[in-house]
Structures are given as structure tokens and as C-alpha cells.
Design a protein around this ligand. Sequence first.
Ligand SMILES: *Cc1c(COP(=O)(O)O)cnc(C)c1O
Length: 540
Amino acid sequence: MPNNKKTLPRVAYFCMEYGLDNQFKAYAGGLGILAGDYMKGAREYHYPIVGIGIRWKQGYTDQLIDKQGQPYDTYHNYNYDEIMEDTGMTVNVQVRGRNVACKVWKLDRFDNAPLYLLDTDVPGNEDGWITGQLYGWFGEERIAQEMVLGVGGVRALRALGIDVDVYHFNEGHALFAGFELMREKMEDGMTFDEAWTASRNQIVFTTHTPVIQGNESHPVDRLMYMGANLGMKPSQLRRLAGDPFNMTVGALRLSRKSNAVAKLHGETANKMWEHIHGRSEITAITNGIHLGTWVDSAMIKAAEAGKGLWDTHLKNKKALIKFIKERNGVELDADKLIIGFARRAVPYKRSDLIFSKPELIAPYLHDGKIQIVFSGRAHPLDDRGKEIAANLVAMSRKYPKAVVFLENYDMSIGAALTRGADVWLNNPRRPKEASGTSGMKAAMNGVLNLSILDGWWPEACQHGVNGWQFGDGFESDSETELDNNDRDALYKVLLEEVAPTYYDNRKKWEEMMRASIISTKEAFGVKRMLEEYYELLYKI
Ligand SMILES: *Cc1c(COP(=O)(O)O)cnc(C)c1O
């Protein structure tokens, strides 16, 4: 362990979800993938970090596709006995006036940067369901889950005797940990205002969603009823974050520093929360990925050596083709262009933008010159999201040789696609994408990004050199105008630049792959991200 790391502040990182690997699938999407990569980075680069999370019995949905082509949700119980260690500790949290015992587990592979997970599924608990399904419910149930994470999490740190200098809330879900810090101080005699100031000095916060509806809120009455107030009065809760009580606003007011997850997101977040007085400053720290998890080191070596890139890529592409064949029975053509697209199924990500002018794209799909592989889950209660997924499945049935939909998007699909596709497509309505780490995975594997200038991409994109942008950063309040602009731009770049380069100029393609890898492998790695966290967020 490098000496200088000994003097760094000790950080407790709170997150509802962690995506580590296929043995521990306690994640819904990008937030959890980031948290998993962060913990792996902490372990690899010897940072004094402990993670706090929940041992989800059933994790998030296994979203499969039925015979009619409709998504449906199934759940199964995970068995973590082999990967988790019982700390022997149990802490208590009062939820709705009832005692909830939370058992504390330790994920044993994170020796120097341990991850502790709380579990209410213990004998004698009437509320064992709380740690059942990740994002399973809304309202009271969600608050109960967040109380276990936040309040239970701080109590677990105390029980384990872990000293903490900085409490890092990855999203507003962890806010009740701040309430617990305040409660401790008020119990020691501080006033509400003193406890607020003192706790704020210990807390930092990462905000993720630039979509206002994505920022959770609850009526103050509900927080009181659940006991989430931890002794605070309704008027005090309203001072913290209004009524309805907005969890993001609460976290912004109960932290000394916040960060957004890309530079453009920093601008968006500052505009979005401009009207909130007394909030922490929002700086921008662009996400990074854990290379060991996502990147084929042979691609990096080939890029550095300046040779063998195409052949190495072709191996990954063939591995993807095999993966798809095994899952869906479809065999794509390794000689032809493969576009990968994997996103949560929500309208603003516009998964079907590429189909929006069928007369332009259909000929390419008919002769297989363009092959597209989709994946993505919708939230189990999001019917519109499921319609989007169903529409992609319908397209795969219409063009069975050129369009594929892989059900139940997870890390193994993410890894296979961001290694084996030729192009990584991303077309959200700008500026709604916070960061987009899948594009980083692709870029470092020599899979060329074709993306709207949103999230992390404006920081990396050199059009025609290491990938392509389309839409020129256009924004509009009219969704129709925005969609038309971006659709036309997508077709133009795809059909006039991407496809011709792929089919007629393999040398240039290889040069672009090399530029893609070289220009991103350090700038968007988790090592740089952790350095910035320590420099810009954690430094006391
Ligand atoms: C990388 C990854 C994500 C995050 O990707 P975005 O670019 O934010 O969409 C989400 N889910 C899985 C399974 C991933 O591998």
C-alpha cells in the first residue's frame, strides 16, 4: 500500500445497488455498475474506502420475453453463502414504529476495501421483505429500504468500529444516513442547526439523473409516519428539502460538496438545481470504468503496438456472434457491420430512432449490410418502457437475420456487446444522458462510438478520428423537432461515413479503433475518477 494513501480520508460509500459480476447481480443499471467499478478501483488502487449496500434477496428483475414478444418479469432468490461472510453483527432500525433487525454481511473478496451489506431477511423479522427486491416498490416501501441503507448503514459502521471521515452518498437514496448523523449529534446536545452544519461537513453527494421525474420525493407526512425523520419535526424536514420532500434537494443541502457525473451533466445539474438556496456546489467528475472488468487487454496491447487490432477485434466479434447464436439461435455475419445498442428501455433513450425512417434503413437490414443487436430492461412497473422493448423484439422478428434483441440485459451481455460489436450507438434526447459508461467500455475495446454529443462523449469525441457524433449538440423544447434533427443526422453519418468506412476503408477503420482506445483508456478509467474524487470531493 503506497504510504501517501495512509493519510487520505477514510470514506464510507453508500449505494442502493452494486454490479460486481454475475455472482452478485444486485444492480438495475448504470448506477450500480458505477458503484461496482468504484469498489473494484478502491481495492485495486488501495484507497481507504468501505462500501455500504443491501443484500438484495432477489435483486432486480429477470426480464424475459414471452412467445408473443412481450417482456415479463421473474425473480429468483440468490444464494450468496459462498461469497459472503457473516460479520456476526446485527443493527436495529425502527420502521413504522416496528423494530427491524438488519444483519450485516461482508463480501469477502473486497479485503482492503470491504463492502458491507445489510439484510432484513432474518428469523423473527416481520419486515424481512424490505431487502427483497431492488427498486421493487415506491412510496412507503422505498422509504423503508432507504432507511435500512442509510440509518442501518451508519449504525453498522458504528457496530463494526469503523472510523469514517467522509460519508459519500451515491444518489439521494442514502440521504437518511445524513439524518442518522444529525440524530447522533442532537443526542449529544447539538441543536438542529448545529447538527445540520456539522453533518454537512462530513457528507459529499453524487447526483445522477438529469431527468426531473427521476428525482425521488415523498410527502413529509409519509416520512413522519415511517419514522424516517429520526426525531426531527415536520418543519425541520421542510427546511431541509421542502414538502414533498425531494431526496436530491435534501442531499444537496446536507452535503458540503456534490458532483455530477460528466462535464455536460455538471452544467445541466447546476441549471436544474439553480433555484435551490443553501445547496452544495456541484462540481463535475466524469465517471470512469474498471478496465479489468470491461476491457480486453489484448486490444489495448494491439493499440499500443499499432498492429493486430483488426484480428484481435475479430476474435471478440466472433465471440459475440457465438454468444448470440447460443442465446437466440441467430447467426450474424462476421464480415458485416454490427451495431450494438444496450440501454434501459425508457422513451428519452429513443431505442428505435434508427427505425424511424423505414424506407432509408430497410434496404440495409434486408441485405444484412447493417446488423443491430439490442438489449435493455424496463423498470418492472414501467409499461411504456416495456412497449419499447416489445417494439425492438418486433423488429427482430421482422428482420430476423439483421436485428437481434437479447433479453434480460446484464453485465455479461454488456461485456459481450461492448467488446464484440463494431459500432456502439447512443441516441438519447440531449442533455438527458448523465454519463453513459457503456460507451467508455466500447471505446476502450476499439468499438467505435456513434453518439449524440451527450453524457461523457463531448469530452472524448473527435469526429471521424476516434468515433463519430451526430446531431451537433442540437437541443430543442420541441421533442418532434429534436427527434427529426437527430434522426436525419444519424442516417447521414451512418450511411455516408460509418458504413462506407467499414466496407471500403478498413485501414482507416483500424486507425480509428486505435485512436479510440488510446484516447480513452486513461481519461475514462476508474483510476482517474478516484483521483478526482479524492482531489475535488473528499479532501477536507
Ligand atoms: C455498463 C452498463 C450499464 C451502464 O451503461 P450506460 O451507458 O449508462 O447505459 C448498465 N447496465 C449494464 C448491464 C452495463 O454493463
